[in-house]
Each structure stands twice: as C-alpha cells, then as structure tokens.
Write a new protein. Structure first.
Length: 434
C-alpha cells in the first residue's frame, strides 16, 4: 500500500486528464513554465503622471490627468459594479497624497497603479451607469502639460449595457512584448537559476505576496499599504529559503505588479508547486472594533466565523479592484475529480497550517483564534496544498509596529521557513511505503 504522496501523484494525473478534456485554466498555463520574467525597466524611464482631478456634475463629469508626455490609451466600461477602466503604457504615478479617495459627479472614487509589466491602469468607480463620451490624449500647449481627458455622460442601464466593453482611444501597446507579459503573469518569477530548473527535483514553493499594482490592499491610518508590507516579507522569506538551498522558490510577483487571483493559482499549478503560501495583512474598520495577531487560513466552502467570511469576501474582490473580473469556473465534467483531489489537498493544507501556527507562536503574536477557514479563491488549486497567512492587522498599532520592524520580520520569516522545513520532512516520511 502506497503512502499519501503516491495518492497525491494519482490525483494530479487525474486532474491533468480533466484539464485536457475540459480546458481547465491550468492547461494553458503549463505551456512555458520556465520562461524567465522580463528584465525590469528603470522606473525613471516611464512617463510621469503629476496630477489628477475631477470636474462637472451628476449629468456630465470630466476626469483629467496631467502627464509629461502623450501616451496611447484604451478606455472601456464594466458593470456590477459600474466602472470605467483606462489602460495605459506603464506610468510613473506621482499624484498628490489621497488623490482618488473622494469623488465628484458621476465618479465616486478612482484607483491607479501597475497592472502588468509595461502596463498601468486607472479604474473609475461610478455612482451609476454612464457612457464614455470622449477619451482623448491632448498635446501640451500654452504652458499646460499633456493631458488625458475622459468625459462621461449619465445614461440609463439599457444605454449603459449597449456600450458595455466598447473601447475608446487608440490601440494600447505596452512597452514590453505581449509574450513577455504573458510569461511573467502565468509563469511567476522563478528565483532558481534557469539552467538548473529542468532536472531540479527540489520541491517548488510558491510565495504569493497579496495585492500589488493598482490594488493596494488594506492601508494603515498613516498610509502604509498592505501590498508593500507583504512584498517585503515575501522577498525576505525567499532570500532565507534560497540560502538553505532546499527548495525552488517562485514568487507570484516580485515587484509592485497586479496579478489576477486566477493567475496566482495558475502559477502554482503550472510550476507543479508542492506548497503555496499567500501572504497578507488584514485591517478592521473602526466601527468593528480592534483585533490583533497573525491568522492562518485554509480553504473551506463554509467560513469558520463571520470575520473569516468578511476577509474572504474582501480578498475575492481583488480582480474587480484591478478592473476586470477574470473568474474562470471549471465545468461539471471536472468537478468530481477536482473534489477528490481537494480532499487530499485539504489534509496537507491543514497539516501545514497547524505546523505554521506552532512555529510562529514563539516569534509573533497570534490572533485569539489563529486557525480559520473560508472560501478564498486564491487557495483553490485542487492539487496544491495552500494557506493564506495574515501577518497581522494594519489597523492595530501594535501589529503595525511589528509589520514595519525589520527585527520582527527576520524572526517571523525564520519561523515560517522552519514550518516549511517541518512540513516537507513529514511529507517525506508519509511518502514511504506503509
């Protein structure tokens, strides 16, 4: 009788068959898993956006962005919620603090940031249905900088639906090739040497710093963004794991880039990951009181409590925040095989969660209920043990002090790395014949 690891191999083989039959997302993602990510482009080489403002009323509203050079743009609308998405080549945003948090007229608020290597995005949150009347990029003139001008007109739902997805503006051409962008998003950032990966039998561990680019995640009262805190932690964890040399470490993002939730899962499956760790930092609205400490989440159809449900709902909106919801659901043909694989995967996921809790207990403050579960989309790879680690609450002063502390980060990174070592040591034992 073979051990658990052999069962896991069988489930992966079954899933591969299912993917071939019904074109699961992972089938396309495995096409070029070992392509290197495109080289980083110096930040100072991009056009600069220096200001953004709104004008108008509930009937007509204008959105204006000042730039130091004209760039192509592509603008289109999305529904539920009502949004206007503006895609641009990569922009260096140097906008005033807190810009976009309040609105005017037809625009409630707006977000901006990197959405892929070579591409930036601005998302306008609308107060109701509207159509794009104009989307222009104006030349600098009369002492004024180049400007992007988006004009919106109020319409009813029927008129809005008639122009859903219709694009305004010239064709957008990112500053890196489309193939490079796809490789970066679906392949992840491989940190092992490329020439060593083909015959490298070390387990693949995927570290997933949450949010990024246009999606800031939660923010502290002082403006510290979750996306920055969790990236710093993931990079430090990667560096420590690489020094040990026991694993191939893959990052879903290594910079301030937006990665859709499904693509994060695809990266793990395309690389044949043996473990997926998504790293986040939570926050509570002032009206909901205070909470503190790290929490470890595993996947469950039913949330373990109301707070777990709240967090899962918030995290699962990441694609909508990024501007386009790319949800891909498996067909019923694959559901049975996926369910079988997920049962085995959940066993390993829960085991790692308990191990992680024990290791972190000695180095950082834990939530009063540190082990929870909910329906996080990013944990839904059916054949990859996965957990979501909330390092703490940026809304809690004590937790925030830890999150920005290099000393705390070093200790906690060590605890997470030790938990990963312990997890794989047990996996090796379980793989031996019974």
């Amino acid at each position: 009788m073979q051990g658990r690891a052999n069962h896991f191999v069988l489930f992966r083989a079954l899933l591969a068959c299912a993917a071939a039959l019904v074109c699961l997302p992972a089938a396309a993602a495995t096409a070029a898993p070992d392509q290197p990510a495109p080289a980083a482009i110096p930040n100072n080489s991009f056009p600069i956006a220096s200001d953004a403002r709104l004008a108008g009323d509930d009937t007509q509203t204008r959105f204006i962005v000042d730039l130091d050079a004209k760039v192509p743009l592509r603008a289109f609308t999305l529904a539920d919620p009502y949004r206007v998405v503006i895609d641009l080549p990569q922009i260096n945003f140097r906008l005033p603090a807190a810009v976009g948090t309040s609105g005017r007229g037809l625009i409630k608020a707006f977000r901006y940031g990197l959405v892929m290597p070579g591409g930036s995005r601005i998302v306008l949150e609308l107060a109701g249905p509207a159509r794009i009347a104009k989307a222009d990029m104006l030349d600098a003139a009369n002492g004024q900088p180049a400007r992007m001008v988006i004009e919106l007109d109020s319409v009813d739902r029927t008129a809005f639906e008639a122009q859903l997805g219709a694009e305004k503006g010239p064709e957008l051409r990112p500053s890196v090739g489309a193939a490079d962008v796809t490789a970066s998003v679906t392949g992840g950032v491989e940190t092992a040497k490329p020439e060593a990966t083909k015959d490298d039998l070390r387990p693949v561990v995927v570290l997933d710093p949450g949010h990024g680019g246009i999606d800031n995640g939660t923010q502290s009262a002082s403006g510290i963004a979750e996306k920055t805190l969790v990236l710093d932690f993931a990079l430090a964890l990667r560096d420590q794991m690489e020094k040990a040399g026991k694993y191939r470490v893959v990052l879903t993002r290594a910079d301030d880039t937006f990665i859709p939730l499904n693509d994060r899962v695809k990266i793990a499956r395309a690389r044949g990951a043996a473990l997926f760790v998504s790293i986040h930092a939570d926050a509570l609205p002032r009206s909901e009181g205070d909470a503190q400490g790290a929490t470890i989440y595993t996947l469950s159809d039913k949330a373990s409590d109301a707070e777990a449900q709240r967090l899962a709902d918030a995290e699962n909106k990441a694609d909508a925040i990024g501007g386009v919801n790319l949800t891909e659901e498996p067909t019923e043909v694959a559901d049975i095989l996926i369910d079988l694989a997920q049962r085995e995967t959940k066993t390993f996921s829960n085991r790692f969660a308990r191990t992680l809790m024990r290791e972190m207990k000695g180095t950082t403050r834990l939530h009063k209920n540190p082990l929870k579960s909910a329906g996080f989309r990013v944990l839904k790879a059916p054949d990859v043990p996965s957990v979501l680690l909330e390092l703490g609450y940026v809304s809690n002063k004590g937790d925030l002090q830890q999150l920005v502390s290099e000393q705390w980060r070093t200790k906690t990174v060590g605890a997470v790395a030790q938990a990963i070592d312990s997890f794989f040591a047990k996996r090796v034992v379980s793989a031996k014949p019974d």
